[in-house]
Design a protein around this ligand. Sequence first.
Ligand SMILES: Nc1ncnc2c1ncn2[C@@H]1O[C@H](COP(=O)(O)OP(=O)(O)OP(=O)(O)O)[C@@H](O)[C@H]1O
Ligand SMILES: O=P(O)(O)OC[C@H]1O[C@H](OP(=O)(O)O)[C@H](O)[C@@H]1O
Length: 197
Amino acid sequence: MQHDASDRKSGTGRLIYLVGPSGSGKDSLIDASRERLAAAGVEIARRVITRSAEAKGEAAHGVTAEQFEALRAQGAFAMHWRANGLDYGIPLQVDQWLAAGRSVLVNGSRAYLAEARRRYPNLLAVLVEVRHEVLRERLLARGRESAEEIEQRLARNARLQALADPSLHVLDNSTTLETAVTALFTLLHDEGVLAQV
Ligand SMILES: Nc1ncnc2c1ncn2[C@@H]1O[C@H](COP(=O)(O)OP(=O)(O)OP(=O)(O)O)[C@@H](O)[C@H]1O
Ligand SMILES: O=P(O)(O)OC[C@H]1O[C@H](OP(=O)(O)O)[C@H](O)[C@@H]1O
């Protein structure tokens, strides 16, 4: 790992690996927490996704399948996975932030959690949960996917729920976003991620 000469901090930052069903509100929670996270020195990884940049609902970097494969082959990703018919990559910059002692929040995949933990044994795994009936309503209201794609996402959720990892810290987002934001910051504080602020 290359260290920038200007890095003043030593030690490793904490990877905050945020997961949850599609539509549970991960992007909304990240957006609503963005300023406070920045003020606390927590970086947010920008995902690379083989989804059109015009797609509603996320500040991700949209690339073609060919561009994604070229980036992967160059070693541009710290982590990558495939889900819901799409490829997702987390830029290598995450490792530089962690090495510089900065904590980093990543919008992750539940199916990739075991591999992420293998690479980052100290990660803080956070699960955003929403009551089942609320989840379907929110996916439909968001309107990013077709009805068929939404049913596939709900079916994937039912399958992955059965594999729930006991080490996940659960945040409920069935009520207001403010409630979930408060729960996230309470958790980050309790885990010592925000200890210096
Ligand atoms: N607490 C909330 N109350 C009402 N609506 C919410 C709440 N949280 C999120 N939403 C809405 O639910 C929809 C899904 O949220 P969002 O896109 O953030 O989910 P996500 O977990 O990032 O999904 P994906 O993994 O598919 O990108 C959005 O339309 C969002 O505005
Ligand atoms: O179902 P699991 O494995 O948790 O996650 C699969 C992927 O799908 C969702 O992304 P989006 O809905 O395409 O934005 C998640 O953010 C994750 O990256």
